[in-house]
Design a protein around this ligand. Sequence first.
Ligand code: URA
Length: 427
Amino acid sequence: VNPVPIIARKRDGQPLSAEQIAEFIGGYARGEIPDYQMAALAMAIYLNGMTTAETAALVQEMLHSGARLSWDGGIQVDKHSTGGIGDKTSLILAPLLACCGLQVPMLSGRGLGASGGTLDKLESIPGFRADLSLEEIRRQVEQIGCVITGTTAELAPADRKLYALRDVTATVPSIPLITASIMCKKLAEGLRALVLDVKWGSGAFMKSPDQADTLARAMVGVGQSMGVATTALITDMNQPLGRLAGNAVEVDESLDCLRGAGPADLRRLTLALGAELLVVTAQEPHLQAAEQRLAAVLDSGQALERFERMVAAQGGQLAAPRPRAPEHLVHADRGGYLTAIDTEALGWTIIDLGGGRRRIEDRLDFGVGLELLVRLGEPVEAGQPLVRLFARSPHAVQAERSIQQALVVSESPIVPPPLIAQRIATP
Ligand code: URA
């Protein structure tokens, strides 16, 4: 294959055939096409988009780059988020669903763009392994009911490479690339049902509800056409989910939620996403009953116990200390109301502190992050602490400045957007 004419075609805004996509993605997955040519094609796709047929071919090729799990029994389900700041629902939902008798073979990702990554959060637990083999995934799902691990050389290997490349080439916020990345992983899991958490807002890849709607419908369409019962919730990412954002601090907040406590928005969204899966798999007759069942399981401590078993099975030592950088308070320089947050800027601040990658090979500082002490729309007094920052010198001073700029305090109050904007069940 000569990749250059394919890149040129997409650069010039022409659609690619299914064969061209298959040749390119197959060649990239096998290591025959180098990263720099894949990066060029990803940028051309980012700039010029893809038709529905091209996106479908991309999903298929990325799926066929590896194996697809098949199961002897049980009901396999999963949830995937399009990414955001402080979004830790996966850590709570996987064990929670397992406690309801479902099986969750969750393939997750690392930080992507300004967004945090489930695997980075879990790897802040000393010893945690996110590189399980196909056989280990299968065994753990059968024994414990849930696993959270990464793509491998066997499962969705094209996404494994392309995901890391997009992260460092500014090619993340593209509807076809996000659709293919998420759906090839989810289809490789051999699921019966999938719920998608499609974020919109200042900390999401989709900045408007309309863009999120388009992305949600594209992914719901791919899932349903492949025989997976797929629904999506469009949810708010105009402020971090929960109070804590970072890696180790998000494990702490997930543990709070698994103990039946934690921030209200995190708990509510986790229950709503889980309820979708209990209803489409006919475990519960309607969403309200499903949420009640999930809430009771969370409050009973069973989901916490299941999380502990999952972490231990993957080598993690939950009782071992996790890193936490020194604290610094960022204060309001005027009074009023917190009316806007540049949530993406908060994500980049965490990355600049070492909590995410600027290059593929970067090693993370799991102990950095932040705690938002005020929610959107709440009143603020001059001098009041707005954010608790976990940062090491010499980066802390610049991070404090970036956070000041990211939070807008104004005189008039606002009504923050609803946590759950819409439910999408049809393409
Ligand atoms: N999550 C993924 O797995 N891939 C994306 O492209 C975005 C979010």
